[in-house]
Unconditional design. Structure first.
Length: 277
């Protein structure tokens, strides 16, 4: 689990004196009680010592009805807790697509000015490809950089969420983005996931990239292991001309290039190939 998310959740549980009945009802999904509290004039924006609002609590637990009630009652949609995280970050961490949709419909910023993990990072961390796809559709920054985790692609690879990786790459995420010179392919080699390694290379991952320790992805594999053999194969065997053309064209179309590719006046089979379908 996300250490920061765990700390926030523990704070919500432990700071009993500063929590309100609204926090309690929101976290537990007790929508009837929450509605009664709101109707009696309870403040929906009361914060705990860690600046956790009832909307944070409901979003983190994926309590859709409670999120809806709080938003309708005037809860601050982009409130930040002590980590700087917004309710949208928490909803993405829970993997609740319905909570994410609700928050976005009330104007939640998909790219809040955070120095920590963005909503897209959180969705990749939780492994919710549906949330990842929705966030990208509404303009999430594919290259948002967190000082601890790197880009969303780094997070998805480190957690081995292949579906999320595929969505990010297809949307135009930079396969060779670096965190301390460490690429997503370095992460894939470290977690020893052959399917992930192959996917990244197919999208143009650089097998010769070196991190801040001067190591290539293959340097993080055991000799004769499946990941080592996979990387060795690609080091010895150049990509096909068709694959090189696909990668080059994808680079030329840039971020969210699939929309441009779909409009090209070329046969549908080529469009499918360029779209990795």
């Amino acid at each position: 689990t996300n250490p920061r998310r765990a700390v926030g959740y523990c704070s919500l549980l432990l700071v009993g004196l500063r929590r309100t009945p609204v926090h309690e009802a929101a976290q537990r999904g007790e929508s009837l009680q929450l509605q009664q509290l709101i109707e009696s004039g309870a403040c929906v924006n009361q914060v705990t010592v860690d600046s956790i609002t009832p909307l944070h609590a409901a979003s983190l637990q994926g309590q859709v009805r409670c999120v809806q009630l709080l938003l309708a009652a005037g809860a601050q949609v982009d409130a930040r807790n002590i980590d700087g995280s917004t309710p949208l970050c928490d909803a993405c961490a829970s993997g609740s697509i319905e909570c994410v949709k609700l928050l976005l419909s009330y104007g939640a910023k998909v790219n809040p000015p955070l120095y920590t993990a963005s909503p897209l990072h959180e969705a990749c961390m939780s492994g919710s490809s549906e949330c990842v796809r929705l966030l990208i559709d509404v303009g999430a920054n594919l290259e948002a950089h967190d000082c601890h985790f790197g880009t969303p692609l780094h997070v998805a690879c480190a957690r081995e969420h292949l579906d999320c990786v595929k969505v990010l790459l297809n949307a135009g995420a930079n396969v060779n983005a670096a965190k301390l010179h460490e690429t997503a392919l370095h992460h894939a080699a470290k977690v020893k996931n052959v399917d992930l390694i192959e996917m990244l290379i197919e999208f143009g991952g650089n097998i010769y990239a070196r991190d801040n320790r001067g190591k290539k992805p293959s340097d993080y594999t055991w000799s004769s292991s499946a990941p080592a053999k996979c990387l060795e194969y690609y080091e010895k065997t150049p990509l096909t001309l068709s694959q090189l053309c696909r990668v080059s064209l994808r680079k030329a179309t840039g971020v969210r290039g699939l929309e441009k590719i779909a409009k090209l006046n070329i046969p549908p089979r080529l469009i499918d190939y360029l779209s990795y379908n």
